[in-house]
Design a protein around this ligand. Structure first.
Ligand code: SF4
Length: 425
């Protein structure tokens, strides 16, 4: 990020979704209000232009000094045998400090998005996958198959930056790229219209029928014949035509958003997608591309994996990291009384509130959370990318980007607060 002058920033990285667009221009006025002037989308504007409320630490709802709130948080964790650290809406530096504290107090860790990222993780664990990067997509894709999502509700600028980009490294006419939406109903498919006006192919079906449709498509790619004349309302001939299109493409990309595949055992459908990609690679080139990403979920999983060897839903209570994506789900631990204190973190989003829990609770997060939080200790912290610097992983997990500091802030960073709690134990 370059400073043009004291109040204008260009090439700003946006952490509001997993794309981490790094081309925003932002201006700061005399009252420290930020305005996205170039390359913003509705999501990034809501993120950067949110006015932070005056917020102070509290203990049992009463205003307190930061030092006293830190001491109280340390006291709660010292008295706990089974602390749960959940929410975990943060970036790399924040998560590193959380991992260190979790190791010290024997906490169990769960991210607020683990319910959906877990669908992808299970596939990687079970069979591996072939996925690509946004850079590869931008420069090489000729056929994009979008399964069960419109993409843009999660990643608003995906098509603008990666499909209908004006230039590509190998001189491809990007407007000739083809887009197919498979599954889902009443999706906004307008972003799949090419700049030259070519309409995307849309093969809708009920979201819960995606398991059948992905299994059928995989079978057709493998050369099997289907006796059925339709699958979940999609003509078998249309699926056969899509299978042929994928086989003829030079670089197809098949994409999905795990949070939109919200049905039982969605991981099996994701595995059908990744296995059909593997089948295509016997004769041509194809890649999977998981999209989505929010609240630092990719960064938190990456940091957890390189630090402990495991992604989210791990615990440290026996002195070693242990991973169990079913048992260490925050809601399950709370329902079964298998936690006796909770630390909830949400630094990017004030609307991500902790679940109700009948136990001592510490909430560390966005200053605008305070009015809705009923916690034993609340500590407002800054947001990486606005109040202080940080690092995040992009949705394709292979690229990390620095987040900038755009204004002066009295709010401490999450890692400063967590390190202070650890020191006070
Ligand atoms: S698409 Fe995502 S990363 Fe890009 S500007 Fe919008 S919210 Fe930010």
């Amino acid at each position: 990020m370059n400073h043009l002058n004291a109040s204008t920033f260009e090439a700003v990285t946006c952490p509001a979704c997993g794309l981490l667009c790094d081309d925003l221009k932002i201006e700061r006025n005399a009252t420290d209000q930020l305005k996205v002037t170039t390359n913003g989308c509705a999501k990034s504007i809501a993120f950067f232009e949110r006015t932070p409320k005056e917020s102070k630490p509290t203990i049992a709802g009463a205003p307190a000094e930061l030092k006293a709130a830190i001491a109280k948080a340390a006291e709660i964790l010292r008295g706990s045998n089974q602390p749960l650290f959940a929410g975990l809406g943060t970036e790399v530096q924040g998560m590193r400090s959380i991992m260190s504290l979790a190791d010290k107090v024997g906490a169990t860790l769960d991210h607020m998005n683990a319910y959906s990222s877990f669908r992808n993780t299970l596939v990687v664990q079970n069979s591996g996958w072939q996925v690509t990067t946004l850079t590869e997509v931008r420069n090489r894709v000729d056929l994009l198959v979008v399964i069960g999502t419109d993409i843009v509700s999660h990643n608003p600028r995906f098509f603008e930056r990666n499909i209908w980009n004006k230039e590509s490294m190998f001189g491809q006419d990007t407007a000739s790229r083809e887009v197919v939406y498979l599954g889902g109903e009443n999706l906004d498919t307008s972003h799949g219209v090419s700049p030259n006006g070519s309409q995307p192919t849309v093969l809708p079906c009920d979201l819960e029928k995606i398991p059948e449709v992905t299994a059928a498509l995989r079978a057709l790619i493998l050369g099997k014949s289907l006796h059925a004349i339709e699958v979940a309302g999609i003509k078998t001939t249309d699926l056969q035509a899509l299978a042929e299109k994928l086989k003829a493409a030079k670089y197809s990309v098949v994409t999905w958003v795990s949070s939109d595949l919200n049905f039982d055992h969605a991981e099996l459908s994701i595995q059908n997608i990744t296995e059909l990609v593997i089948a295509l690679n016997a004769k041509t080139r194809s890649s999977g591309l998981p999209l989505g990403g929010s609240e630092g979920d990719y960064s938190v999983n990456q940091t957890s994996t390189w630090t402990s060897g495991y992604p989210m839903r791990s615990r440290f209570s026996r002195g070693i990291p242990e991973y169990d994506p079913h048992h260490y789900r925050a809601e399950t631990l709370l329902e079964n009384n298998e936690a006796d204190a909770m630390l909830w973190v949400s630094t990017f989003n004030p609307e991500k509130l902790p679940p109700k829990a009948n136990m001592p609770s510490i909430v560390i997060g966005h200053p605008n959370m305070q009015v809705q939080v009923n916690a034993d200790v609340f500590i407002p912290v800054g947001t990486a990318g606005i109040d202080h610097t940080g690092t995040m992983f992009r949705i394709d997990s292979s690229v990390s980007l620095p987040l900038g500091k755009l204004k002066n802030s009295d709010l401490p960073s999450l890692n400063t607060v967590i390190a202070a709690i650890e020191a006070a134990l």
